[in-house]
Ligand binder design. Structure first.
Ligand SMILES: [Zn+2]
Length: 240
């Protein structure tokens, strides 16, 4: 987020880590489920067949893990929205324009990336910001953000992307920007806002601290074998 010469960066790294570790765990839970007898739906001439007790137990654990992970991700999105409101209030904004990654859902980016996009709380995050802004009398608009993170916000020249950094290719300008902040400034410029050099950028993190996550340590300690804590427990129970 940017306003004049001030910027706010909210890192969602912990949320990405949460998604990654959660999906690793769920993969193994699915494997576990597939080894037990599933319930079979009734069809004409055949009654419903119940699943085994082990299947039911494992299915309940999987549902609980899914709900837990969704809660964490949702909480992080709401916290991020909270930081955005605090920033908007502090700089005295009366109008907020938010970049909306429209069209990202229709694009086919392969199974893994499609799954990540599908799980992303896009509308949830946008609405969390919208409602809070409108509550405070700040007008809110969502605009298409396509192309905003690939040009220099000062001169509009094409820029080189390298990780999160954007380097202007215009030799007389040649400035470097943080891609997300540059994206925010480009959205501002396209919507009648002034773009200044950022003098002060606040950093905030949302989500659970992933470095202390037990699943992460397990994953790093035994990459290739039992990859997470749930996997280790599963391997243990199967060996017994
Ligand atoms: Zn430039």
């Amino acid at each position: 987020m940017t306003a004049g010469d001030r910027g706010l960066l909210v890192s969602g790294r912990a949320t990405r880590a949460e998604e990654f570790l959660h999906l690793e765990d769920q993969k193994l839970r699915d494997e576990h489920l597939s080894r037990h007898r599933q319930p079979v739906k009734a069809y004409p001439g055949k009654p419903r067949q119940e699943g085994s007790r082990r299947w039911k137990k494992a299915a309940a654990l999987k549902r609980a893990a899914e709900a837990r992970s969704r809660r964490r991700v949702k909480l992080a999105a709401n916290t991020a929205a909270h930081h955005a409101i605090a920033f908007a209030s502090e700089v005295g904004a009366s109008r907020v324009v938010m970049g909306d990654p429209k069209g990202i859902e229709r694009k086919d980016s392969g199974a893994a990336q499609n799954r990540r996009t599908g799980r992303w709380l896009r509308a949830g995050t946008r609405n969390a910001v919208r409602y809070r802004m409108e509550e405070r009398g700040i007008s809110f608009h969502a605009v298409d953000e396509r192309g905003t993170s690939s040009v220099c916000p000062f001169c509009g020249s094409p820029a080189l992307k390298a990780d999160r950094v954007l380097r202007c290719r215009n030799p007389t300008c040649a400035k470097s920007h943080h891609r997300d902040l540059a994206g925010s400034q480009n959205i501002a410029r396209a919507n009648g806002g002034a773009v200044k050099k950022l003098a002060h950028v606040e950093h905030r993190r949302v989500g659970q601290p992933s470095r202390r996550d037990r699943r992460r340590r397990q994953f790093d300690a035994s990459r290739g074998e039992a990859r997470t804590r749930a996997a280790a427990q599963l391997a243990e129970s199967l060996a017994a």
